[in-house]
Design a binder for this molecule. Structure first.
Ligand code: F6P
Length: 553
């Protein structure tokens, strides 16, 4: 494969890459965390970076100062900061879609100037935020009523992917800050049972639907929104005028919104320079803003901004997203790690990893570089995980004693949420003790001699030995506030950016989801009408026939 047309060498041909490979081979079988800490206890304090309210400890990684320096050289050689600056400047770094990538403008202060094609986009961002705030206040205060004059008690967000995962995750994360007198539901799946369960106990007269879709063409969302409209009209006597009081839209596509029958006065817009998976701090966050109120929403945006500014200004060796991205590259590209676990020790973050799956895997699940050449290096990892203590009693066994290397992030908070009873608050130390214990066990394990010293019979020693050396990052914050949530999300957004920049891939397109969408549309008539689908492969044709037969039984 030739070098890129721009003349820069392919990633794996760079001397900085070779240096990392040599460094890895020199350290074989692999660096040992016990030895690393023995030789350099100071790494516990030195390998910590602080950003806003986050304390990010990466001392339990299989790295030395030399590893980190070599990784930094790779970042410099691949000009990660150059691409970062181009992103913040509004250049069209999403080359396959010819778009700027400016989710950072969504949290820019009012007086900032961020230009796309010579136009400052910041006033538009704040105009929409102000409209959202006015609307959210009207719903929260009861001033915005439904068609029959009843106040809105239920808010149902209909969207999928970035138009669902972000608001749903953040609503869950910030529940203690939400108006508990309102009910929030999030519908995404085209499986009709999702909408059915979401609305079955709701009064249509008190229900507001927020149809969230950047393109307003996504079949799942439009199908669910159409069904929701039928449910509403059936419940309110069929008067079409009801739609205007019970449906609002979040989109970049005013024409399609109007075509669907939603008044564009009830549309909150965003722009093509906001990717779906980077959009919940745009109008897509309206349901969240209604839940937590405009002030809290703005605190969250401030949190995002703290990390944006850090990513933009902190020196490389103290730049948290850069360090986290490079550590992932160290394992994915030089240690054959295939996945990355994100394990929050907070029940409120139960949807955080699912959110990160789209952020990371839709961004960096690519196998051609920016020039269209097949990559000869691993790209994005499989991201997975659930809240930590539950995982401990399910899949941690494999992390501790399985054959795979699984780097993990452990996320915890110093304080439990304020509204818990004293008894429940007292459980927090136990929760956090689990986080710290897991980090310790994963890093340092338990040697055969230590197991023997406990009097364990010899034949059981291998089974009860932990080899350790499983790398973790521990992210600790004081409390899960709106600002801290914004900081966490921005941290991962920029980490994903760093990795895409090093791998020289376009992290902002998602062509890989298109084929399935096209084929689903083509196959559907075979299911509904038994139509012949030209070119249907024999395996799928047999499945369709079996489905139709079973359905008739
Ligand atoms: O399936 C891919 C995708 O385009 C995501 O990137 C996006 O977040 C999701 O679909 C929903 O898209 P939309 O907001 O346009 O309905």
């Amino acid at each position: 494969m030739s070098d890129s047309p721009a003349g820069s060498p392919r990633l794996t041909r760079r001397p900085e890459w070779a240096a990392l490979e040599d460094h890895r081979t020199d350290a074989l079988p692999q660096p040992d965390l016990r030895q690393l800490f023995e030789a350099d206890p100071g790494r516990a304090e030195r390998y910590v970076v602080r950003v806003g309210d986050l304390r990010i400890d990466y001392s339990k990684h299989l790295v030395t100062d030399e590893t980190l320096a070599l990784l930094q050289e790779l970042a410099a050689a691949t000009d990660v900061f150059g691409l970062r600056d181009a992103m913040f400047r509004g250049e069209r770094i999403n080359t396959t879609e010819n778009r700027a990538v400016l989710h950072t403008a969504l949290r820019a202060p009012r007086d900032a100037v961020v230009e796309v094609d010579g136009e400052n986009v910041v006033p538009g961002v704040h105009a929409v935020l102000d409209r959202m705030a006015a609307f959210a206040d009207r719903v929260r205060s009861g001033e915005w009523t439904g068609h029959t004059g009843k106040r809105i008690r239920n808010v149902v967000n209909i969207g999928i992917g970035g138009s669902d995962l972000g608001p749903a995750m953040a609503y869950e994360a910030l529940r203690p800050f939400t108006d508990r007198s309102l009910t929030f539901r999030f519908v995404s799946n085209v499986d009709g049972s999702d909408l059915h369960e979401a609305v079955r106990d709701l009064d249509p007269a008190e229900t507001l639907f927020i149809v969230a879709s950047k393109t307003f063409t996504t079949i799942e969302t439009i199908t669910n929104a159409t069904s929701a409209r039928s449910w509403l009209l059936a419940g309110l006597g069929g008067d079409e005028k009801a739609v205007a009081r019970h449906f609002v839209a979040l989109s970049t596509n005013a024409e399609k919104v109007a075509g669907f029958g939603i008044d564009v006065d009830n549309m909150f817009e965003f722009w093509d320079w906001v990717g779906g998976r980077y959009s919940y701090d745009s109008a897509i966050g309206l349901s969240l803003m209604i839940a937590i109120g405009p002030d809290r929403f703005r605190e969250m945006l401030d949190g995002f901004r703290i990390v944006d500014e850090h990513f933009r200004n902190a020196p490389a060796e103290a730049n948290a997203p850069l360090i986290m991205g490079l550590l992932g590259i160290w394992y994915g590209n030089f240690h054959d790690a295939q996945s990355h676990a994100v394990l929050p020790y907070s029940h409120y973050l139960s949807k955080f990893t699912a959110y990160l799956q789209q952020l990371d895997m839709e961004s960096n699940g690519k196998s051609v570089d920016r020039d269209g050449n097949a990559v000869e290096w691993e790209t994005g990892p499989v991201v997975w995980g659930t809240p930590g203590t539950n995982g401990q009693h399910a899949y941690y066994q494999l992390i501790h004693q399985g054959t795979k290397l699984i780097p993990a992030d452990l996320i915890g908070f110093a304080r439990p949420v304020a509204e818990l009873s004293d008894d429940l608050k007292a459980q927090h130390d136990l929760l956090m003790a689990n986080l710290f214990a897991q980090g310790q066990a994963l890093a340092f394990g338990k040697t055969a001699d230590e197991v023997r010293a406990e009097g364990v019979p010899e034949e059981q020693v291998p089974h009860r030995t932990f080899r350790g050396n499983h790398p973790t990052t521990t992210i600790l914050a004081t409390e899960l506030t709106p600002s801290v949530l914004g900081q966490l999300v921005a941290l991962y957004e920029h980490k994903v950016f760093v990795q895409g920049a090093v791998w020289n891939i376009d992290s902002f397109d998602q062509w890989g989801v298109e084929l399935g969408k096209v084929l689903a549309k083509r196959v559907e008539p075979a299911l509904t009408e038994g139509a012949d689908v030209p070119g249907l492969d024999p395996s799928t044709a047999a499945l369709v026939a079996a489905y139709r037969n079973l359905r008739e039984v």
